[in-house]
Design a protein around this ligand. Sequence first.
Ligand SMILES: NC(=O)c1ccc[n+]([C@@H]2O[C@H](COP(=O)([O-])OP(=O)(O)OC[C@H]3O[C@@H](n4cnc5c(N)ncnc54)[C@H](O)[C@@H]3O)[C@@H](O)[C@H]2O)c1
Length: 375
Amino acid sequence: MHEVRIGIIGGGLMGREIAAGFARWCALTDVTVRPVLTAVADLNPAALSWFEAIPSCTLRTTDYHELINHPNVDVVYAAVPHNLHEQVYCDTLAAGKDLLAEKPFGLDLAAARNILEAVRRSGRFVRCSSEMPFFPGAQRAVEYARSGALGRVLEVVSGFHHSSDLDPHKAANWKRLSAVCGAGGVLNDLGMHACHVPLRLGWRPERLFAQLQKGYPRRPDGRGGQAECDTWDNALLHCWTQIGGEAVPLRMEMKRLAPGATNTWFLEVLGTDGGVRFSTAEPKTLWQFERGKEQWWKRTELGFGTPFKVVTGGIFEPGFPDVIQQMWAAFLMERAGQLEGRFGCATPEEAVASHEIFAAALQSHSTGSVVAVGV
Ligand SMILES: NC(=O)c1ccc[n+]([C@@H]2O[C@H](COP(=O)([O-])OP(=O)(O)OC[C@H]3O[C@@H](n4cnc5c(N)ncnc54)[C@H](O)[C@@H]3O)[C@@H](O)[C@H]2O)c1
């Protein structure tokens, strides 16, 4: 196994999830690259101290510049609040490191474009984190959509729902403040999850109409006071895209106020001859529509058919930590030139395209009109 030394900037929710994914890398049986966590940077000493449990992680620093300039780091994973993306990502690239960085690649479209320019200038290998398409059911849905078996595509729905904001007593965090999360709010937070597969399939929205909703205007601040929360919480984007020379409705849904949902990513593609539906609410189940003399929705229990093979039994069901690991396998194998046709991580260009969609959505909502995307 070829070892790649990783430094994590931001040891919060996602930084720890990624570190845990590396710790069980032995589960993967057909990769030639192994990540070794050597460094972590976080302003919060409590976040840093969690990484003491990982023996290879010998550099724990509050200054991310120390990490990006350290010779013991080949690749940086950055998972910091959105207002820091542009600076941290551009500094990392200027220090000569490759980068897997969290969505949405900056506060807004201008920041995402600046990051893309820095990627191109640096020549480094850079990808954007988006793990949900690595579920076996999502992979099968993508394959089926590409196969042509759907006939003429009639409509596409792609979304991500959770209900973290339903409880008014939950303390605010930076994701509820536009200054840190970005004016896009939920678009920045969950949008890449909904955009990744349609963009990868070439189904780029040409124009859209957006409906945005806010959540509670104030929440406890966790220190006995109240915090003003000004971000959009739910977004419905009604888009037109081109598929097979036809204009096709594509709906993207991103919700932090979805009653009953925890972390539900879903994709549905319906055509005249076939259809496919996958949701992480049923993590090993694929629904396929077929039309003959009669019509069927066929349910297949997929089990653990991940793109990169693992020791886990084929009948077991996959979950979030598994697809995080699969995404990293895709990143490291593509970096090593060994992706071999498998699904790759979201590209910086796709991250910019997602921000073009978010910018159009903000404009559409404020003007109440249909807006062209990316102009
Ligand atoms: N891919 C996914 O499914 C997924 C899920 C959640 C969050 N995210 C993304 O991950 C990123 C981080 O989100 P999170 O939920 O982990 O946030 P978090 O608040 O849990 O963690 C962020 C960490 O960054 C640290 N930090 C802040 N400023 C810093 C600085 N200057 N230098 C070093 N560390 C600093 C904070 O102390 C904190 O520990 C965001 O871009 C978010 O959109 C992705």
